[in-house]
Design a binder for this molecule. Structure first.
Ligand code: NAD
Length: 252
C-alpha cells in the first residue's frame, strides 16, 4: 500500500522534532506547512525541504490563539490545498516544583499543548471530514507517566492521550485516525535547555540519560519522525487511538 501525496501541517516545525517530522513527511511525498510562532523562524526547515525537491510553506502562528489558527489553516488550504494530515507538535516547558510553579507557568503549558492541539485539530478536521480521510498525530511524552518538576507538562501530556482517544472515537467514521506518540529523551533545544537549567554540561546530561535507556542512547528527532511517518501513511488506516512510546525501551 503506497502512500498518496497529501497536504500536511506540522506545528512547532522551526526546529527539533517538528523540523525533522516536516522533512520526513515531505520525503514521503506530502506538501508540508511548516508552522511555528514566527514565519521567519520556519525559513530553514522550508529551505531544507525545498532543496531536497519537496514542497513546503512557512506559516507563522501561535497555536494557542484561535484567530491565528483559523487564519493559518485557511492559508494552508488556499496555498497548498486542504490539509488532511496534522501533527500537533508545538511545545514548551515551564518546569518547577509545585510550590514554586506560577499560574502563568501552568497556563502557558496548558495553552500550547492542550488548547493548541484542540484549536488546530478543530480547524483541520473540517478539511479531513470533507475529504473522508485524515491523520492526526499528537505529541505526548513519557512525562505523562509523572516527572518531578513537571506537574503542568505531565498533566498536559497525559491530557493529550485522552484527547487522542476521544478524537479517534469521534472521527473514525470519516476515515480519520488519531494517534499519539510519547517520546522519551530526544536531543533537541528543549532537552538542552533543561540541561542548562539544572547546570549539567550537555554531553554529560545526554550520557546520563543514555545510561538509563535500554537501547543505550538518547533519541534523535528522526526517531520520532519515523513513527509519525508510519501513523500518517495509508498503511496505518486501522491503527487509531493508540499511544506509542518511542523511548528506547518499555514505558507504561
Ligand atoms: N525533546 C524531548 O525529549 C521530548 C520528549 C517528549 C516529548 N516532546 C515533545 O515533542 C514536541 C517537540 O519538542 P522539541 O524537543 O522538538 O522542542 P523544541 O523546543 O526544540 O521545539 C518546539 C517548537 O515549538 C514551537 N512553539 C512553541 N510554542 C508555540 C506556539 N504557541 N505556537 C507555535 N509554535 C510553538 C517553538 O517555537 C519551537 O520551534 C513538544 O510537544 C515536546 O513537548 C519532546
Amino acid at each position: 500500500m503506497s502512500t498518496e501525496s497529501r497536504v500536511a501541517i506540522v506545528t512547532g516545525a522551526a526546529q527539533g522534532i517538528g523540523a525533522a517530522t516536516a522533512e520526513r513527511l515531505a520525503q514521503d511525498g506530502h506538501a508540508v506547512a511548516v508552522v511555528d510562532l514566527k514565519e521567519d523562524n520556519c525559513a530553514d526547515t522550508v529551505a531544507r525541504i525545498t532543496k531536497a525537491g519537496g514542497n513546503a510553506l512557512a506559516v507563522g502562528a501561535d497555536v494557542s490563539d484561535s484567530d491565528a489558527v483559523e487564519q493559518a489553516v485557511a492559508r494552508v488550504a488556499d496555498v497548498l490545498g486542504p490539509p488532511t494530515i496534522l501533527v500537533n507538535n508545538a511545545g514548551v516547558t515551564r518546569d518547577n516544583l509545585l510550590f514554586k510553579m506560577t499560574e502563568v507557568d501552568w497556563d502557558t503549558v496548558m495553552g500550547v499543548h492542550l488548547r493548541g492541539s484542540f484549536l488546530m485539530s478543530k480547524a483541520a478536521q473540517a478539511h479531513m471530514t470533507a475529504a473522508k480521510w485524515g491523520r492526526i498525530v499528537n505529541l505526548s511524552s513519557t512525562s505523562a507517566l509523572g516527572n518531578r518538576g513537571q506537574a503542568n507538562y505531565s498533566a498536559a501530556k497525559a491530557g493529550l492521550q485522552g484527547f487522542t482517544k476521544t478524537l479517534a472515537i469521534e472521527l473514525g467514521k470519516f476515515g480519520i485516525t488519531v494517534n499519539a506518540i510519547a517520546p522519551g529523551f530526544i536531543a533537541t533545544e528543549m532537552t538542552k535547555a533543561t540541561a542548562e537549567r539544572v547546570g549539567v554540561a550537555w554531553e554529560d546530561y545526554k550520557k546520563g540519560a543514555a545510561a538509563q535507556i535500554p537501547v543505550a542512547r538518547v533519541g534523535a528527532p528522526e526517531d520520532i519522525a519515523n513513527a509519525v511517518s508510519f501513523f500518517t501513511g495509508d498503511a496505518a488506516g486501522f491503527v487509531s487511538g493508540q499511544v506509542l512510546y518511542v523511548a528506547g525501551g518499555p514505558k507504561a
